[in-house]
Ligand binder design. Structure first.
Ligand SMILES: Nc1ncnc2c1ncn2[C@@H]1O[C@H](COP(=O)(O)OP(=O)(O)OP(=O)(O)O)[C@@H](O)[C@H]1O
Length: 265
């Protein structure tokens, strides 16, 4: 959703730094390679993501989707290639990892919330530790973000008192509280009961409409069709095919993409 739709969504483009700079490349990935032992998981990925673009990555299990996102967030160290975020090469030795992570929000399949902390405290923690916001400011922003993901009434609940979908929305609020320029979603709805998936997808849709730059690994084909500006099909550590949702879903050119789409539909 490259065209920011101000006002229509609760989470607006005004929340996102630089959202007006259309056509600007935010992430540039050049010949990215990652090997675990003998296992060559990423075999030369080239990918540019523009400001406000929503890129959905599809592919079979083990194709390297998570590893790609984890390299962009510096959770994994690439074996080769380079990644640029805005005007900085983040794979360079001198990169301040915490600064990159604050700007590149990531949401995982399993929420990763602290079980002993309330939703509000979970959203406050990284703001205080990484951004050095004072307690009052962190609390105000936590309440604001939890409100935006529909959890204004539940800020004092602990994760065990929340449904999986609510916990995932806390995790999204936690990432948004850091004022990210990009959001990465790694199968954010895969661990949820089907009836809870919709609420999380609708928060993600709203973010996309607000102009957030997003890379989304998902098996939710409806979401990909509705929201993606670009769909990428990965297999065996390569980008096999990419295009608009219509191109990839309705007119795939590679037999591997056809097989995969046939397999999951
Ligand atoms: N930390 C690690 N150590 C060793 N091997 C790893 C590690 N992380 C991932 N792998 C391997 O890398 C390959 C790709 O994994 P990855 O999680 O990136 O795939 P994926 O496409 O996201 O799959 P899925 O859809 O199942 O999550 C797999 O063979 C996996 O076993």
């Amino acid at each position: 959703m490259s065209e920011a739709n101000n006002g229509a969504a609760g989470i607006g483009a005004a929340d996102i730094a630089g959202a007006d700079a259309a056509d600007e490349t935010v992430i540039r990935i050049e010949d990215l390679r990652k090997t675990f032992g003998d296992n060559e998981v990423l075999r030369g990925i080239d990918l540019d993501v523009r400001r406000g673009e929503v890129v959905v990555i599809l592919g079979p299990s083990g194709s390297g989707k998570s590893t790609l996102l984890r390299c962009v967030n510096l959770l994994e160290k690439p074996t080769g290639g380079r990644i640029f975020f805005e005007d900085t090469e983040i794979t360079a030795k001198k990169t301040d990892i915490n600064k990159v992570r604050a700007k590149v929000g990531m949401v995982f399949q399993n929420f990763n919330l602290f079980p002993h902390l309330t939703a509000k405290k979970n959203v406050m923690l990284a703001q205080q530790k990484v951004l050095h916001r004072n307690k009052e400011e962190a609390a105000r922003i936590a309440e604001e973000q939890l409100e935006k993901v529909g959890l204004g009434e539940r800020i004092d609940y602990r994760p065990s008192e929340l449904s999986g979908g609510q916990q995932q929305r806390v995790a999204i609020a936690r990432a948004l509280a850091m004022d990210p320029h990009v959001m990465l979603f790694d199968e954010a709805t895969s661990a949820l009961d089907p009836e809870l998936v919709r609420d999380v997808l609708s928060v993600m849709k709203e973010l996309a409409r607000g102009g957030m730059t997003m890379i989304v690994v998902t098996h939710e084909m409806g979401f990909a069709r509705d929201v993606a500006d670009r769909v990428i099909f990965m297999d065996g550590g390569h980008i096999v095919e990419q295009g608009t949702p219509e191109e990839v879903f309705d007119h795939p050119t590679s037999d591997r993409t056809k097989d995969f789409l046939g397999h999951i539909s």
